[in-house]
Design a protein around this ligand. Sequence first.
Ligand SMILES: Cc1ncc(COP(=O)(O)O)c(C=O)c1O
Length: 395
Amino acid sequence: MNTGHYGRHLLAEWMLDPSVAYLNHGTVGATPRRVMAEYRRIQDAIERQPAQFQLRELADVEGRGDPSRPHMRVAAEGVARHLGCRADDLVFVDNATTGVNAVLRSFPFGAGDEILVTSLGYGAVTSTARYVAREHGCTVATVDLPPHDATPDDYVDLVAAAVGPRTRIVLVDHITSQTALVLPLARIAAACRAKGALVLVDAAHSPGAIDVDIESYGVDWYTANLHKWGFAPRSCGILWARPEHHASLHPTVISWGLGNGIAAEFDLLGTRDPAPFLAAPFALDLVEEWGGPLLRRHNHDLAMEGARMVEAEFGRALRTPEELFGPMVNVGVPHRFGTTKDEAVALQRRLLAVHGIEVPVFGDTEGLRLRISAQIYNDRSDMERLVAALRKEAR
Ligand SMILES: Cc1ncc(COP(=O)(O)O)c(C=O)c1O
């Protein structure tokens, strides 16, 4: 498949309602039919001999490195291949929230340590930092980052300047949530580590959205979702850790593998459905089969085009540098649409109910902002529909 073949006709490959212009792939992701079929095939295979699967084939909880590779390790290898890391450093987690929790809740903080978060961080994971700090007598510091109209250098400099002598961990996004910024991760990590802080990355959006090469970033932990842009069924995330952090890293649910290494500890967390994890290599392979870099380029270009069309409709120009966006772009609409969270919710509801467009809208003192996601089942006509809808709503 190449970019010429992308567009709304590909909705047939998904189970999405074709009457809706779906510009919100970033929120939870949508799983292609082919991946759903693979996921169900795996579930059916498990049901043929559930005990055999659960007790002997799924995971090696004793960490003996059994030569017949357990399914969770084979899946980890299939995923690691796409993310620029070793499978031995990668485990599955339900989602990025769980990954952040595992790191922060098992890290040996001392009283007085600081966790540095950013003002653009995702609320749920910032809450985790606050909870952990409270439990350990630590503090949480927040560095204010501009939500838009800033340069990559600004983000590096602001985070670096906020790292202090007590900062143990910097919790930073790879792609920010509402603001959709692809932060210059390797440069931020180098600056933090130079000042003696460890770096935990919330990369909830990254796999499938941008090229991911974990080992090249120089970070300490990297957690990501595969159920957003990676096409995997929900719930499916990963957590990667540098080898020197393995011994102190534990899942939030302690189970049979305790003390036997991260694979043993994370691969079996009691009885649950492992099919999303086992389907993940198939899902990431499909992202590449459907274009890989071409798909990512299409999604980025289309999201940018949509954002520029919205800006042009209201006589403005997008000021955030293009390199700070991936397949989602955050764009403002004029003050007359409102500024509050309630007005944002109302506009989002009207866009769906009246115009058949699913797109998230956020409150902002300078005017509401939309986050436009583009996936290969979108094309310019979806963006034209959005602009036409905003034009009507503006009257
Ligand atoms: C930056 C960021 N972190 C974490 C999450 C949470 O993802 P999950 O609910 O899959 O853990 C999101 C979800 O959109 C996000 O954007």
